[in-house]
Design a protein around this ligand. Structure first.
Ligand code: PLP
Length: 441
């Protein structure tokens, strides 16, 4: 597969040009990659008006992912999510309401999309951790079968931060039956395309999905995709405009270059490398289970351990490992999450032996709070434009949340802006170490 963006940059670099354009470093500096950091000069195409090398590279990505069209994002899935919701909203059918049905474990960029675009959200709560959803075909059928007005889309996060995957194929059947779009936050699952068989949401019936290429593929941070399914090509019509609506006019060519090169990389032997690595990862998970670790069932490239059964809080285990120069993706009171990769398979063995060397302690008997439902008094957008103040968690009962209380990772809210804070939410916040909240004045 050709790499038109990469080739252009290499050629430009080799000419040692006089750069009278941005960026201000002019191709020199101590970072080492300034020569490759260019902007939308002649021949370099333009991300949101692509008709040259970027368009060609995006077409390569579309082929690779089997999409109708794949568009690049230099601002991760966060940008693709906003664009995807704008596209879904502008394709809303007359009889559908201005709201999205969404699983509650949505990333904060979904909530900011709702605030920016003004659609409302009907949440589907689950029984599991606030980070995961247990939405099934039957449950979705029940929800959609009982509403007076249909939403314009179902929005689900799969895989989620704990590696839980929903049955996208089954959910897609229900969405088709009710004529609503299925949008998947596949930020954690770009690699699913290259499993045998593919578990990528586009192959399972999603109309659109976002992938953070940078999370699981060898792509620089910020690199992502917005994919449009062949089943719904009309959605592609406004996609560039939708991305431009929220994105910077100065896309990073370092990121575009890495997305471009990833196409060639993924096309040549990656399927084999990934699938071989998945076997290794499965073996490691088995060894850990046999040795007493509570390893969650998860998507292949995540290792998720419920740590209390070996006597540690997730954050305790996290800092122990950091002292051993091992850095997990995420940990909280209950879990520690490692993102595995075929790029450096030997790290997996080092991680496994570090985990096996840990001193086991008596189990910590403490349950995480149940997922709590809060009363919605304002839409997320209404809450956005209110005056706010910060209050101690002990003074938050009865107040309305004004701004998200959880940073990234995992950027999944226990309570959403516009909802009333109650005792259960206060206990949950305390459980997760949240000491103050931003509330509406
Ligand atoms: C589930 C989920 N969706 C979306 C995002 C946003 O992705 P990005 O960081 O690529 O913008 C994240 C980031 O952590 C995420 O975990």
């Amino acid at each position: 597969m050709k790499t038109p963006i990469s080739d252009f940059i290499e050629e430009y670099k080799s000419k040692d040009p006089l750069r009278f354009h941005t960026p201000g470093h002019k191709g020199v500096g101590s970072l080492g990659y300034e020569t490759e950091d260019i902007t939308e000069i002649a021949g370099a195409d333009s991300l949101y008006f692509a008709s040259g090398i970027i368009e060609e590279s995006e077409q390569n990505a579309s082929k690779l992912f089997g999409s109708y069209k794949t568009f690049y994002s230099c601002e991760g899935s966060s940008l693709s999510i906003r664009a995807m919701l704008y596209l879904a909203m502008t394709n809303r059918k007359a009889q559908q309401g201005n709201f999205v049905l969404a699983t509650r474990n949505a990333h904060s960029s979904f909530i900011t999309a709702s605030q920016l675009l003004g659609f409302d959200v009907e949440w589907i709560f689950g029984e599991k951790s606030y980070l995961s959803s247990d939405l099934t075909e039957e449950k979705l059928e029940k929800v959609l079968g009982s509403v007076d007005i249909l939403p314009f889309a179902l929005y689900v996060t799969s895989p989620d931060y704990l590696g839980n995957m929903l049955d996208i194929e089954a959910l897609s059947r229900v969405c088709k039956k009710y004529g609503i779009l299925l949008l998947v936050d596949n930020a954690h699952g770009a690699y699913l395309k290259f499993l045998t068989p593919s578990l990528h949401p586009l192959d399972l019936g999603a109309d659109m999905c976002c992938d953070s290429a940078h999370k699981t593929l060898p792509v620089l941070t910020g690199g992502g995709y917005l994919h449009i399914s062949k089943a719904n090509p009309a959605l592609a019509r406004g996609a560039k405009g939708a991305l431009a609506l929220f994105g910077s006019t100065s896309p990073s060519y370092l990121i575009l270059n890495s997305l471009d090169r990833a196409n060639a990389y993924l096309e040549s032997g990656y399927v084999q490398r990934l699938n071989d690595f998945v076997s290794l990862a499965n073996d490691a998970k088995k060894h850990l289970r046999v040795s007493g670790f509570e390893v969650l069932v998860s998507e292949p490239l995540k290792l998720v351990i419920a740590t209390k059964s070996i006597g540690y809080y997730g954050y305790e285990l996290g800092s122990l490992l950091e002292k051993m120069n091992i850095y997990p993706e995420f940990y909280d009171r209950d879990f520690i999450v490692f993102m595995l990769s075929p790029e450096k398979p030997e790290s997996l063995l080092a991680l496994e032996s570090a985990l096996l060397s840990l001193v086991r302690k008596p189990a910590i008997r403490e349950n995480a709070p149940k997922v709590m439902q809060a009363k919605k008094l304002l839409t997320p957008r209404e809450a956005l434009f209110c005056q706010k103040e910060d209050v101690s968690i002990d003074d938050a009962n009865g107040r309305i949340l004004g701004a998200s209380a959880i940073s990234c990772p995992p950027a999944v809210s226990l309570v959403v802006c516009g909802e009333m804070i109650n005792d259960d939410i206060i206990s949950a916040c305390k459980y997760y170490g949240i000491k103050s909240l931003t509330v509406i004045r």
